[in-house]
Design a protein around this ligand. Structure first.
Ligand code: ADP
Length: 430
């Protein structure tokens, strides 16, 4: 019988394939979060607004009608199933659609409606009679650019004369081509190339400039400087918008450098609680026994969608193989996979093709699994000192108070790990 934490003969705790890549790929996480999420993240906090001109009236809207949008745009919004503006959109949209245009820096956690807001702003400012780039959106990666483009296409479904083009590596445009698409979405390097070297885009004609995922952007070597070079060439009347899910000092400094005279909107992140979660543990002898316990509840957990967490990559692999051999339809989300492969696994899980996702801490770190109602800790999260990792436990299982769905959590505990569980219990008083 092998336990997950039996040290190697040399005394170290790690086996060669257990230490997952410790570098958190922010862009990959952001993409996976977009894929795993199916609806708006609600918030009980108030939106904080800092106006560049505090004496000007502050508008907020409760309906999309109040925004006096073009009819085909309003139709697109409703076709996406949006009934009313999200919390951040209530404040941001009136500023973004104002005349004369106002610049904006907006920060709120992912899933709160930022992308939808700036896509709306871009679509509303396009002049369809003019066939040249008018809106420019910078994204950190090819995949994220495509995701934004999909939103443009969905929301702009009835704006038949509006077209999108991707300035991303691999999209080869012959020299001398006349770019007639009004909305360009791309990564900083390629956009810079298209603007300055290849002269495909005339930056002086851009009306709306969006810098999305600023926190991810500044994390990537060279992107800040490239973005600033692009921004410097924009006309002064161009509307400049910056979005970020987080707001550390570094993001803030970058935002202030790149967005002149901004209004600022912030929405605090919703705290996680364990209040709506029923937590159980199953006491087991060993790993085989944990596996049996999991099989016993398997029929029940696959009524919904479930995520099973293992402590190591090796354990996750073992569990996946066992379950598959027993004929269960599960998939393994592992750090070894490429972003595309992980995205496709998440998409299949989202679509219900697999009901159970097996993963590790590291792989799932930063991914918002809160839409999933059933979580199984096949191993408890522990840190390197083999103490409980409370934060990870809360992140796996916790939900946001008022809006979070009710959830179920099962912990499979080997007898010798019971003290860890008791510490977790004490820590959360649950
Ligand atoms: P963010 O850019 O902050 O991550 P998104 O704009 O991608 O957020 O929105 C998150 C999810 O909520 C998406 O699935 C989007 O379609 C949906 N959404 C956005 N705005 C609204 C709204 N006003 N009403 C309902 N759903 C919305």
């Amino acid at each position: 019988i092998r336990s997950t934490t039996v040290p190697n003969v040399d005394g170290s705790n790690n086996t060669e394939d257990d230490d997952e890549d410790d570098v958190v790929d922010l862009a990959a996480n952001s993409l996976l979060n977009k894929l795993i999420r199916q609806s708006l993240v609600e918030s009980s906090h108030r939106v904080e607004v800092l106006q560049k001109d505090p004496s000007s009236p502050l508008y907020s809207v409760k309906t999309f009608e109040e925004l006096r949008l073009k009819e085909e745009l309003l139709k697109g919004i409703y076709a996406m199933g949006f009934n009313r503006p999200s919390k951040i959109q209530e404040m941001a949209l009136p500023m973004m659609l104002a005349h004369p245009p106002q610049n904006l820096i907006a920060q709120s956690q992912s899933g709160t409606g930022k992308t939808a807001a700036f896509v709306l702003a871009m679509l509303s400012r396009v002049n369809t009679l003019e066939l040249f780039p008018q809106c420019l959106c910078l994204a950190p990666t090819y995949e994220l650019a495509l995701q934004t483009g999909r939103v443009v296409e969905r929301m702009g479904k009835f704006c038949v004369d509006v077209q999108v083009m991707y300035a991303i590596r691999g999209n080869h445009i012959p020299r001398g081509t006349d770019v007639t698409k009004q909305i360009i979405i791309g990564t900083p390097g390629t956009v810079l190339d298209w603007c300055f070297k290849r002269k495909l885009i005339d930056l002086t004609k851009i009306r709306v400039f969006v810098l999305d995922e600023a926190d991810v952007m500044i994390d990537t070597q060279g992107f800040s400087d490239q973005s600033i070079r692009i921004q410097r060439a924009l006309p002064s009347e161009c509307q400049m918008l910056l979005f970020s899910a987080t707001f550390e000092d570094s993001v803030w400094q970058f935002a202030e450098r790149i967005i002149p005279d901004p209004n600022v909107i912030k929405l605090r992140k919703e705290e996680l609680t364990l209040n709506n979660i029923r937590q159980y543990y199953v006491l087991c002898e060993n790993r085989k026994d944990k596996y049996q316990a999991l099989c016993n509840i398997y029929g029940g957990i696959t009524i919904g969608q479930a995520i099973i967490f293992c402590q190591t990559r090796r354990n996750a692999k073992w569990l996946t193989v066992e379950m598959m051999q027993d004929g269960h339809q599960v998939s393994l989300l592992s750090g070894e996979l490429t972003v595309d492969q992980r995205a496709s696994i998440i998409q299949r899980f989202r679509d219900g093709k697999e009901k159970v996702l097996i993963t590790t801490n590291v792989c799932a770190r930063g991914i918002d699994v809160k839409q999933v109602t059933i979580v199984v800790n096949f191993d408890l999260p522990v840190n390197q000192a083999e103490e409980p990792d409370y934060e990870t436990y809360l992140h796996r299982i916790g939900r946001t108070g008022r809006f979070g769905k009710k959830g179920l959590a099962f912990n499979m505990i080997e007898v010798d790990k019971l003290p860890l569980l008791m510490k977790i219990q004490d820590h959360f008083s649950k």
